[in-house]
Design a protein around this ligand. Structure first.
Ligand code: FAD
Length: 286
């Protein structure tokens, strides 16, 4: 069994980073999952004029300040994508792409990059549609698998599954050059619909159709309802109260994922509240 930590923070944008600082100050055991890049949204901002103390700085400069802050406090970001979180009563089981984890509380700070599901995606989820190719690879031994990838990082997932599948199609939804195993067929086209009766049968693209047994859709984030079964939503956002508590005991959320306005300082402030609420919750359980 993995070591059970006090707080698992999912997402390394301003909300997650702020939650991590506060978890550290309150001397709780925790992990922050995401990317050492911190947040793609922060890096992309040309100029930020509304974050306290950083007038006129670029998103990149602020990202570097966040990274320095984390380093000064000896906080390391765990580069693992969390694909599923299950509430087990008094703890949470987290399924990552690289590892599984256990935590007494969870803070969801995943941002809002999940986009609209493809036609047929939700209906066929778990019946050929999945979000983690490495996790489900054994199910696709000698079968045809299609990967729709929104980030170059996902190329390793395609290479991994190519070792067991009979055929892998790779559909890059990003602009960078694709570098995957030579056995993988790269298709530059736009996915439109997933079709299947009981299980996935084919993927309809704008210009062609491909027959496939499985389809992995690898977006930067997973919609909260899919990430945490049983979570109460308010439209596309997670429903929270003023303490950033969700409907699940021990599960908190912060940042863009809980609603507009989408702003750095709001995200950071909510990350702070979520961490302090998780700390109070943990202290009450003792
Ligand atoms: P994000 O910053 O989106 O961070 C979420 C992080 O979690 C990402 O790193 C993601 O990869 C990671 N993650 C997601 N799911 C998982 C998972 N399952 N496992 C592991 N990691 C995961 N706001 C302002 O206030 N001022 C501005 O000037 C401004 N300019 C902007 C310019 C641009 C171009 C854009 C796109 C946004 C701008 N914003 C601005 C909005 C701001 O970027 C967001 O409000 C803010 O980044 C939200 O922070 P967050 O922590 O909620 O989420």
């Amino acid at each position: 069994m993995s070591d059970r930590i006090d707080i698992a923070i999912i997402g390394s944008g301003p909300a997650g980073v702020s939650a991590a600082l506060n978890a550290s100050i309150r001397k709780k055991t925790f992990k922050i999952f995401g990317s050492k890049e911190i947040s793609p949204k922060l890096v992309k901002a040309h100029k930020v004029n509304n974050y306290l103390g950083f007038y006129g700085k670029s998103g990149l400069e602020i990202r570097d300040e966040f990274a320095k802050h984390l380093e000064s406090m000896d906080i390391d970001i765990t580069e693992d994508k969390i694909n599923n979180i299950y509430s087990m009563g008094d703890y949470f089981a987290l399924m990552g792409t690289n590892n599984n984890y256990e935590a007494k509380t969870v803070i969801l700070a995943t941002g809002v990059n999940f986009g609209k599901p493809l036609k047929g995606e939700e209906e066929l989820l778990g019946r050929g549609v999945g979000y983690c190719a490495t996790c489900d690879a054994p199910l696709y031994k000698d079968k045809v698998v299609t990967i729709i990838a929104y980030n170059k990082h996902e190329e390793s997932e395609a290479n991994f599954i190519a070792q067991v599948a009979s055929k892998v199609y790779y559909i890059p939804m990003y602009k960078e050059e694709v570098e995957v195993d030579s056995s993988i067929e790269i298709i530059k086209d736009t996915p439109v619909e997933i079709v299947g009766d009981k299980f996935v049968e084919k993927l309809v693209l704008k210009d062609r159709e491909i027959e496939t047994d499985g389809i992995f859709i690898l977006r930067d984030s997973i919609s909260p309802g899919q990430l945490v079964p049983g979570l109460q939503l308010d439209g596309n956002h997670i429903d929270v109260d003023r303490k950033m508590s969700t409907n699940l005991k021990g599960c908190f959320a912060a940042g863009d994922i809980v609603g507009t306005p989408y702003q750095y300082i709001k995200a950071a402030g909510e990350g702070n509240i979520a961490a302090l609420s998780a700390v109070s919750y943990l202290d009450e359980q003792r």
